[in-house]
Write a protein that binds this ligand. Structure first.
Ligand code: SF4
Length: 358
């Protein structure tokens, strides 16, 4: 659901399966995941009706909550496994549909994750990837209660957090939460550095994690990566824009200066680190100068790879409600190509002698 294109791919996949069903194949088509999460949260029922109209072949729409963490995924690889550690997100970036499709962040119990990893190791898996929309805040809801993080966000000056701090101290000493920034202003406790360390010390050949926000990437996390050689040295650090005004409009709680400081700190303590990122071009009202700021910032950071998207308004999001999709398709396409060439096809860039954005 993050991109319109991906949504359309689902429609065409279901249509193709429907075709097989129409030709007599005994299929039951069940759709779940983000798409149904959005429909389940839309109290008007409009979105579910829309999905039914678009995919009449579907037998069942199953809300993502019904899947939860309790069903082991069907794994096709016997070496590499993705292990979900949390679901949902509390950050509400203005372009992003995830908080509406997946709901608020829910962390999977710590021991359950460790038990699954131990089981995977015993079955011969050599690589695990810990997955969450924002792994850096893993555990905050376990420590504070999911509802309370929202209370903190909604009531400025609330003394809730001061009260909660006392209960954090009462946790068993084995759990040592790391405090990170939440939405740039409040501090919340996370257990992610400790979880990552515990999983790495099980001695998988490689431990990876996805995705991390730049604003709550803690020093503790950097230390954990530096001290455990089997933690992947390819870190995904979504930038989204290299312009501070655009970042503010995106409700992203860091400046480019803070982001660059983090990059430098990572490179200082983990010298063999390489970075990948996500970038959106053509966010509403993105000017040429703002785009050039992104381009120059990417030149400075030197990413190994970038997943670049052209902005498209997604239902329910603040950007789709409050901002006009003002950047035309040709401009988005041009910005996408020039960034793609800079980051993902550097050989093409030097062949063509392109040294700056077109
Ligand atoms: S942090 Fe990521 S998943 Fe959460 S709202 Fe922002 S872009 Fe979406």
């Amino acid at each position: 659901m993050v991109k319109q294109q991906a949504e359309h791919r689902v429609y065409s996949l279901v249509h193709n399966l429907g075709e097989r069903k129409r030709q007599g194949e005994a299929l039951k088509i069940v759709v779940t995941g983000c798409m149904i999460g959005a429909a389940a949260r839309d109290k008007t029922g409009h979105y579910l009706r829309l999905l039914r109209d678009r995919m009449p072949e579907v037998d069942e729409f199953m809300p993502i909550e019904e899947i939860g963490f309790d069903h082991a995924p069907l794994r096709t690889s016997h070496r590499e496994a993705w292990v979900p550690i949390s679901n949902g997100c509390n950050n509400f970036c203005t372009f992003c549909i995830v908080p509406f499709t997946r709901g608020r962040e829910i962390s999977r119990p710590y021991n359950e994750i460790l038990e699954e990893c131990i089981d995977l190791l015993q079955k011969g898996y050599t690589k695990v990837t810990l997955l969450g929309q924002n792994v850096n805040s893993y555990g905050a809801d376990l420590l504070l209660g999911a509802e309370n993080i929202q209370v903190l966000r909604d009531i400025p000056g609330s003394d809730y957090f001061t009260k909660q701090k006392r209960s954090i101290k009462e946790l068993p000493t084995r759990y040592k939460p790391t405090m990170v920034k939440h939405l740039g202003k409040l501090r919340i406790p996370t257990l992610f550095p400790q979880l990552l360390r515990d999983v790495a010390q099980l001695r998988f050949e490689q431990v990876d994690f996805l995705s991390s926000n730049p604003w709550d990437f803690s020093d503790d996390l950097i230390k954990t990566i530096a001290q455990n050689k089997n933690i992947s040295r390819v870190i995904h650090l979504p930038l989204q824009s290299g312009d501070d005004d655009v970042l503010r409009k995106m409700n992203r709680w860091y400046t480019t200066e803070e982001y660059f400081d983090l990059v430098n700190k990572l490179r200082r303590y983990v010298p063999d680190v390489t970075l990948t990122t996500d970038i959106i071009v053509g966010f509403p009202d993105e000017t040429e100068d703002q785009y050039q700021n992104t381009y120059k910032f990417c030149e400075k950071v030197k990413y190994r790879k970038a997943y670049i998207s052209q902005y498209s308004p997604r239902p329910f999001t603040a950007a789709s409600k409050m901002l006009q999709d003002t950047v035309d398709h040709a401009t988005k396409e041009r910005r996408w190509k020039s960034l793609d060439t800079l980051i993902n096809k550097p050989s093409l860039r030097s062949m063509a002698g392109i040294h700056k954005a077109i």
